[in-house]
Write a protein that binds this ligand. Structure first.
Ligand code: NAP
Length: 252
């Protein structure tokens, strides 16, 4: 049996790690990326192997476009050496961090960092990997609930994610000829390290955010990882060029 293969960026922690675990539970092989901690990446690889899956973790900084050609070559080598394949099936553009900055004080450096991470990275990384994605494969871009609702401090971050959602639709149109589906997810507040872990660790913030969520609690990584595994399954094969809200009904 040929296993499907997913490349998940930012798989060392948080949502990316959880997506990799849920995909692995469904028999999908994982190429994960990490930026700073090979030890965390190794721990995720071990967790996947303990589930009976297999994973290879590669270093990647999604803001470093000049490294993308070498990264794509490394992915091609990994596919051949570890999975005996020439291409992979799913690309999840997940890596990234939030940045709190009130509009009045936000700097060009913050703007550039957010755009480089959440827009330029997914554009040019995907471009470099296109030849390695199977016809009929899928691309999933990780957006944010902040594209739909507003809270002070996230104007630049949300603007970058909004552009990513628009990009998603155009990618779906242009890659349709290869039957590659391109969708996005927009998670609401999820308890990860994101934003310094405030939603997870600060009781006051956790409670006030939960009050704005119809289901009465903040999201957990499993809420997103499970959804991603479902969205990438064949059952969702007719969904294309759309954004899935995964927020438990936040600020409806
Ligand atoms: N948590 C939420 O509430 C929430 C809600 C909506 C959307 N999102 C989006 O979901 C995605 C994952 O967030 P998360 O909550 O899982 O955050 P997280 O727990 O902070 O994990 C972020 C992951 O991305 C990696 N990363 C960050 N910047 C990177 C870069 N420049 N190049 C490569 N890897 C990089 C991190 O690697 P290092 O360990 O090296 O830093 C880590 O593996 C992000 O795109 C975020 O915007 C999160």
């Amino acid at each position: 049996m040929t296993h499907q293969i997913a490349l998940v960026t930012g798989a060392s922690r948080g949502l990316g790690r959880n997506m990799a675990l849920h995909l692995a539970k469904r028999g999908v092989r994982i190429i994960g990326t990490y930026r700073s901690s090979s030890a965390e990446a190794d721990a995720v690889r071990h967790e996947i192997e303990a589930l009976g899956g297999s994973a290879v973790m590669l270093a990647l900084d999604v803001t470093d476009t000049r490294s993308f050609a070498a990264f794509a070559s490394k992915v091609a080598e990994t596919l051949k050496a570890d999975f005996n394949r020439g291409r992979f099936d799913f690309l999840i553009n997940n890596a990234g961090n939030g940045l709190f900055a009130n509009f009045a004080e936000a700097t060009e450096e913050q703007f550039e960092s957010l755009m480089a991470t959440h827009l330029r990275g997914p554009i040019f990384l995907t471009q470099k990997l296109l030849a390695l994605i199977e016809d009929g494969g899928r691309i999933l871009n990780v957006s944010s609930g902040f594209v739909r609702f507003t809270l002070p401090g996230y104007s630049l971050y949300a603007s970058a994610k909004a552009a990513l959602e628009v990009l998603t639709r155009f990618m779906a149109v242009e890659l349709g000829a290869r039957r590659i589906r391109v969708n996005a997810i927009a998670p609401g507040a999820i308890a990860t390290d994101f934003g310094g872990g405030a939603v997870r660790d600060n009781e006051g913030i956790n409670e006030s955010v939960a009050q704005g969520i119809a289901l009465g609690r903040v999201g957990q990584p499993d809420d997103v990882g499970r959804a991603v595994a479902a969205i990438l399954s064949d059952d969702m094969g007719w969904a294309n060029g759309t954004t899935f809200d995964i927020s438990g009904g936040q600020l409806l």
